[in-house]
Structures are given as C-alpha cells and as structure tokens.
Ligand binder design. Structure first.
Ligand code: B3K
Ligand code: ZN
Length: 871
C-alpha cells in the first residue's frame, strides 16, 4: 500500500481540499491584460490579451477556467498548438520568459443563473468576480496574488446598452455605423482579477463630487434603473461621509478621478468593492422614508462605507490567497463599524454589532462549520464568507485597538498601508505591522487567527478584608479538527462598583493570558459589584452567575452603556435558561420576573437615557443566543418561555407600555436620533402588548399602520399584526402588498414578515408563499426574504414533525442547480442538529442525508452538508 492510497481522490462527491500551508507563489505573472467585449445578453464574445512573465523555470502557464471553452488562441500573434485542457484549466506550454497570449471565449450571460462571472439582471449586464468568478469570463490565473493593469473595451448595441462602465477611468468612447457604440476604460492601479467589473445597460446616474484632502476632484455617480434615482440620496451622503472619514481617521485618500456605484436587483452578496466601480445589491443603495426602515438606512450607510473602505483595505492592499480573507474583511468590517459609531450613537452601534456576533457567529463557532478567522482549508471558498471571517475577524482587530489605544493602533495601520501598498499581503503581515507600528507584542495574540471556538471565561470573585480577588479561568472549546486549545490573550475592561455609592474608582484593563489567573484589588471595604468585559472588549462568553440584585443594580447604574445592556441581558438569560430547563420553582419564577420587571421599569422611567439606547435595553435576548446557552436545546421551550416572559412584562407594565406608545406616536418623522429612538420604542411597546393584551395591541398596531408616514412604523405595526390573527392582519397584509406591488425590496419585506412571524401558522404561510406569483428561485433577495426568515423562525423551523426541515432541504435541492452559492447558505440551520434535542436532531440529520445522497450537488452544498454530517 503506498502513501496515496488513503487520500480520497477528488470527485464530485469529494471535492479537492485546498490547504493554506500548500501556498505556492504564482509561476507566471500577468503585468497587463486587455479585454475586448462584444456585448450581447446571450452571446458575449471576450477577447483577452495577456502579457505574461515567467517566475518559475520550466512551468507551463496554467490559466483557470470554469464552464468556458477556448474559441481561439494565439501566442505572440501566431497560432499556437502547445496547449491542452486539464480539467477546467487551460495549460499552455511557452518557450520563453515573456509572451503575449490572446484567448477568445464566448459566454451566455442570461443562462448564468449562478450570478457569478458575467450575468444578466433585468436586461443589464453585470459582473461578480469575487472570489472565483473571473474564470467564468475568460481563462486567467484567477488568484488574488496575480496583479495586473486592466484595459477594457466594450462594444454593444447603443439602444440596449447605453451606459458602458468598467474599472478605473473612462478614456475614450465612440459610435459605430452599425448602431453599436463602444467605450474604453483603463485602470491605472494593478489589481487581482476578483476586482474586475463591467456593467452595461440602461441606467441613470445621481451625481455629486468630492474633493480629497490632496485636492483631487472625484466625480461620484450612483447608477440605478430609471425611476429609482429619487432613492439614492442617503447612499450618496453616506459615500461622501465615508470618503471624508477615511481621510480623517485613517489618513486614506481616494485615488481615481471617478467613483461609480451601480445597484442591481439580482446579486448573491450585499455588494462588491470592484476598483472604482462598486456593484451593489439594490437593498444596500435604495432608501427613502416610505420604503426603507431605520435599519435599512443604517445598512445602506454601513455597506456603502464598507465597500468604499475596501479601496484601501482590500484593493490597494489585497490578499495573497483566500485564506487571508479576514485581512480585508475583518479589518474593513471594523472600519465600517467605527465609521457608523462616529456617525450615530457609539454605544447603540456597539450593542447592535455584538447582537449580530452572538446571533450569527457564536452558533458558527459552536457548530460543525467552526473555523478560525484564518481558515486552514476549504473545498469551496464561497462558503468562507462567514460571520467568523467578517465579524469575529473585526472583533480580533478591535482587541488590538483595545491593547494599543487609538493613537498607537493608527501608527500600526499607517505602517501596514506603507509597507504593503500595491501588494497581496497576509494576515501575518497585518499583525506584524501592528506589532511594529503600535509597539505591541502579539506573539500569543496570534492564536486568535489559529484557534476556532468562542473562549469561555469563568469568573470568581472573593472578598476578604479590603481586598478583592478576581479569579479568571479561560477555556477554548474543542472544534472540528482542533481538540486541544491553548490559552488566548483576552483583554477585559473591568470595573468594581461600590453598591453604596453606585460608583467605581476607575476602570482596569485586565489582560488574561493564562488558563487561570488571579487579579487582586485593594481598598474595597465592602464587597463590590463586578462589571466585566465592558464595551464587549473581547469576543468571549463570560460565565459569571450573578445575583439578580447586582444585575438590577448594574442595569440601572453602570456608567458603561454596553455593560448596562449586558446586565439586563444576563438578568433575562439567567432567568430564561433556568425556566427552560425546569429549574425554577413557582416562587423562584416570581422572584426572577419581579427583578426583571423592576429593571425594565427603571429603564422605561430613567430620564437620563435617550430613546435609542432605551430601545436597545428593552429588547430581550434573542432565541439564537438563548439556544447557545443550552445543550441540547428544545427550541419550542425557548420560544414558549421567552414569549411567556414578554406576556408577563406586557401585563405587569401595561400602563407604561401604553404611555410609551402614546408618547412616541406623537414624535414627528425625522432621521435624528430622538425621532429614530421614538420609532424603535413605539414598535417595542406593541411587541410587549401583543402577547399580553392582543385586542389592545391589534387596535394600536392597526392605527399605527394606518397613520404611518414611514416604513419603520408601517413595518413594525405589520409585524405585530402578522403575529396575531384577525381581520386586521389580513387587511394590513393585503394593503401592504397593493401599496408596494412595484417595489421588489418592499415585497421582500412582505414575504419575510410572514415567514418570520410569531404567528402559529407561519409554517403554512411560508409553504403557501412559496407558490405566490411574486416568488421566484432566481432572485437571491426573494429567496432569502422567504426562506432565511423562515429558518430563523425557531418555532416554525423546528416544527416537531420535521416539516420545517423538509421545507429547507427541499429548497436547497431545488435551488442548488440554479445557484449553489446561495443554496449552500441554507445548510447551516440544518447543520446545528447536534445541539438540538434528540428527536428533532434525528429528523434534521435525515434531511442532511437526503441532500447528501444527490450525486450532482454543487461543490458549495457538498462541502457544507458533508461537514454538517461529519464535522
Ligand atoms: N467582498 C465582497 C464579498 C463577495 C462575496 C463573494 N462570495 C463584499 C464585501 O465583503 O465587501
Ligand atoms: Zn467586505
């Protein structure tokens, strides 16, 4: 038996595993590429001319392809026969060290339902090349460490494709006698193929200008379908604010004379940072008060900023290979979070970011798909655009800011951009730059890049004499492929409150580096109340069972707004976990509820709180985060106990909720924090009243719906009505559909509200909606609107008969041949079976096995299902 016999042979059932440590520098570079497109919706001809230079003696030129064929090939202007296909790759044997290779391909954009490469969206032609879409357009070394200067010429019918856009600067254009026209774009900045973009079609621009700190005037344009230009103002303001912020905070200036954004309706992701030509999902561009809620406004601002910030963190400094994805994504998420915090309420932004982390990333870390922020292997890179790489990646870099402080961190990022501008860099390059620039030793800290799993910190506090001793113990749970974990560096901002005065004597930054460590503090005559991981300084789970009275105290008095929120969350989590696991006597339940009611009443009455923050403090911990505290979990119990607590709070504080709804309903619409805070609380009041007094909730929600002059109020009211039954529900749903029938983004909301509803009929409603005339499997937004909302609706998804699992498995199988990338996103909800009580776990597993038995699965779904069953 030789060594190879144990290695699985790559086949559709076993896609090859790509490993980080196998990285080899490219054998050939491509300093320039000239692309010539003859555009057509169903048959676009692509002529690609590459100059190639040899880096490794003897190696042939290997160009990646995917679903394309060579329609013509020359080398140095002559026919060349020394080439062959090796699977999808085109391998060309070349005699010298420098050649010009010209290749022709023909592609069919309308048939491209995967929405990767060049595809059609409602008559437009557009591209999505990250991570490996460029190889669906032409043959190329489609890897991020091959940087080229791009020249792009496009020719197309002038009536069908009046607007022709690509990266960089427009340098020439003209008309042809046959009714076609052409445009030439040159991008002076060398870039990897994943940043290439092209858009052609009927679009209108909203325009503005930005003058950089160095005096460059940049023409800004946001291109949308005719009719949508009235909804681009918020995106444009966000773009201009981002450009100014990146100069002020990171010293980063824009580097071209034009910056174009295009919004398209069919898009797998949220947006794409193509150099000088960002392409967006319409949902992250279009916003006006009537059709976008406050969350949508924030999302537009955040995503516009994120893509813009990539111009430096991603484009000027790009990634050496896809294992380094968090280099650009983690850092850019941190940058967009910081920007949004600076433009709104920093504590509220922090709370929202932590809520996302806990709802989306903690479950990843504790499940079969757990991976470090810098993964070690993958089968399909699209599966690694995860909350771990993005959001935990941002948290890891945020910890560097905590350790260094803002000024020294900035010295680190300046050094990083100086050192690596124009390069394809690694996470290690980033860490080293921060180390050198900020003067930190990050040797042990690097484990955050290596180890998966959410570290848990167990806290014990003892008090003797005037000394407090805090003993912290850390454990990093085992994850697939990583059984033994080493201690992490965990920076914990901490304060010790004197309950008598309600104050503390200053915050400490405790840096936990060992498995167990004790920290002593003197000068505490009485036992203090501990406030730990303030501001969520480390992405860890703190285990610190705390008396309710201390949490009520912190929820009312902590001077760190995040810690106040956290105290309230912990108070509720402790109570609900005990209730769900049957550990509460009737008396204990009454006591627990009384504490929560007391804390909630204090929050509602506190005049020092602004409404935006009050709105965060009154939201109960989400079902996904609660489920994380339990193993195994019975999702029905989580829903039931959480709703029971809401009903109790709705009843006990009924007059406060009524008063709150009345007060906030009197606040006029505006985008200022006070008006936004009022809107947030207005619907929250209804959320508590709904299970307590449905008739009153319906009356108020129906009135809120009728009188709404904005989407936040209208959608909030409809959500509450949707969760209850009655003619008001049906009338409001019908009205909403009629009113917004022409607006796909709002119709997406109409689908989501019903699939994600607390209504006991949600599963039947979802099944019916899948057959609605407005439903289609070819539009990712619509698919996600219906089925992601459903999969996140725990009680419906975890229907005891397994009907919810079947629905999602059927969707995966139907969608996979159309769009494997989006289909694979629905596997993780089923993959959590190990955490679910045994009867349902078996049903979930059976659905995964049913999917796995299909021989023709995409690599995307194959990898996720395989890991979910075996990981
Ligand atoms: N970089 C893109 C993500 C593309 C997703 C490809 N599967 C958007 C972003 O993170 O900015
Ligand atoms: Zn990004």
């Amino acid at each position: 038996m030789n060594d190879m016999s144990s290695a699985p042979v790559a086949s559709p059932d076993h896609p090859p595993v790509i490993r980080r440590l196998d990285y080899q520098p490219p054998a050939w570079l491509v300093p320039t590429i000239d692309l010539d497109f003859a555009l057509s919706l169903d048959s676009t001809r692509v002529r690609s001319t590459l100059t190639v230079t040899r880096q490794a003696a003897g190696a042939p030129l290997r160009l990646n392809g995917d679903g394309i064929a060579v329609a013509g090939l020359t080398v140095d202007g002559h026919a060349h026969n020394a080439w062959a296909m090796d699977g999808n790759d085109l391998v060309i044997t070349l005699p010298g060290d420098r050649h010009t290779v010209a290749i022709e391909t023909v592609i069919n954009p309308v048939a491209n339902t995967q929405l990767s490469g060049l595809y059609a969206s409602g008559g437009l032609l557009c591209t999505q090349c990250e991570a490996e879409g460029f190889r669906r357009i032409t043959f190329f070394p489609d890897r991020p460490d091959v940087l080229s200067r791009y020249g792009v010429r496009m020719t197309g019918d002038a009536a069908q494709f009046p607007v022709l856009l690509s990266n960089g600067d427009p340098v020439a254009q003209g008309k042809n006698p046959d009714g076609t026209h052409w445009a030439q774009w040159n991008d002076p900045w060398p870039k990897p193929s994943y940043l290439f973009a092209l858009v052609a079609g009927t679009l209108v621009a909203s325009r503005d200008r930005f003058v950089t700190q160095g005096g460059r005037t940049v023409d800004l344009a946001i291109w949308v379908r005719p009719g949508d230009e009235t909804r681009t103002g918020h995106a444009m303001r966000s773009l201009i604010a981002s450009m100014a912020w990146d100069e002020a905070v990171y010293g980063r200036e824009y580097d071209l004379d034009v910056f174009n954004i295009v919004a398209v309706s069919d898009f797998n992701a949220g947006a794409m940072e193509n150099k000088g030509l960002n392409i967006f999902n319409t949902r992250y561009i279009l916003a006006d008060p009537e059709t976008a809620n406050d969350g949508d406004y924030d999302a537009v601002e955040g995503v516009v900023a994120h893509e813009y910030f990539h111009n430096w963190s991603g484009n000027r400094v790009t990634c050496r290979d896809w294992f380094q994805l968090s280099l650009k994504e983690g850092f850019t998420v941190l940058r967009d979070q910081q920007f949004s915090a600076d433009h709104g309420s920093p504590p509220v932004k922090r709370i929202e970011d932590v809520r996302i982390l806990r709802a989306a990333q903690f479950p990843e870390d504790s499940g079969p798909l757990a991976h470090p922020i810098r993964p070690d292997s993958y089968q399909e890179i699209s599966n690694f655009y995860t909350a771990t790489v993005y959001n935990k990646g941002a948290e890891v870099i945020r910890m560097m800011t905590v350790l260094a402080g803002p000024e020294r961190f900035r010295q680190g990022t300046d050094l990083y951009f100086d050192r690596h501008d124009g390069q394809a860099a690694t996470c290690e390059d980033f860490v080293k730059s921060i180390e050198d620039g900020a003067g930190l030793d990050l040797t042990q800290f690097r484990r955050w890049y290596e180890q998966a799993g959410t570290p848990r910190v167990d806290v014990a506090l003892s008090h003797a004499g005037d000394t407090v001793t805090l003993t912290l113990k850390q454990t990093v749970p085992p994850t697939p492929g990583q059984t033994d974990k080493q201690p992490m560096v965990i920076p914990l901002r901490t304060a010790l409150f004197d309950p008598a005065t309600g104050r503390h004597a200053g915050e400490h930054l405790l840096v936990l580096t060992q498995a167990q460590q004790s920290f002593a503090f003197t000068g505490h005559a009485s036992r203090p109340v501990l406030s730990i991981n303030r501001g969520f300084s480390a992405p860890v789970a703190i285990n610190n069972p705390t008396p309710d009275a201390d949490l009520v105290f912190l929820a009312a008095h902590d001077d760190d707004p995040f810690a106040r929120y956290e105290a309230m969350q912990q108070l509720v989590v402790q109570h609900l976990v005990a209730a769900i696991t049957d550990q509460l006597s009737d008396a204990a339940r009454d006591l627990g509820r009384a504490s929560i009611g007391e804390a909630m009443a204090a929050i509602l009455a506190d005049p020092a709180l602004d409404d935006l923050m009050r709105g965060e403090l009154v939201i109960l911990p989400g079902e996904a985060y609660l489920a994380e505290q339990l193993s195994p979990v019975d999702p029905t119990r989580v829903r039931a106990e959480r709703e029971a607590l809401k009903a109790w709070l709705g009843t006990t504080l009924a007059s406060q909720w009524h008063a709150l709804h009345d007060r906030t309903s009197a606040v006029a619409y505006g985008l200022d924090a006070a008006a936004r805070g009022a809107r947030k609380l207005k619907t929250q009041a209804l959320v508590y009243l709904a299970p307590a007094d449905p008739a009153e909730a319906i009356r108020r929600a129906a009135a809120q719906y009728r009188t709404a002059d904005n989407m936040t109020d209208r959608q909030g009211a409809l959500m509450v009505l949707c969760g209850l039954d009655g003619p008001e529900r049906d009338a409001a749903l019908a009205d909403f559909h009629d009113r917004f029938a022409d607006n796909p983004l709002v119709i997406d909301k109409w689908f989501s509200l019903q699939a994600g509803s607390l209504n006991p009929g949600a599963i039947d409603h979802t099944k019916a909606l899948a057959h609605h005339a407005d439903f289609t499997l070819t539009n990712p937004n619509r698919v996600r609107a219906l089925y992601m909302a459903f999969a996140a609706n725990t009680a419906a998804f975890h229907d005891p008969d397994g009907e919810g699992y079947r629905l999602i498995a059927d969707l995966i199988l139907a969608l996979d041949p159309i769009n494997g990338n989006v289909a694979a996103r629905f596997v993780p909800p089923l993959g959590r079976w190990r955490k679910i009580e045994p009867a349902r776990a078996a049903l979930m597993r059976a659905e995964l096995e049913r999917i796995a038995a299909v021989p023709t699965l995409s690599r995307d779904v194959r990898e996720q299902v395989g890991k979910s069953l075996n990981g």
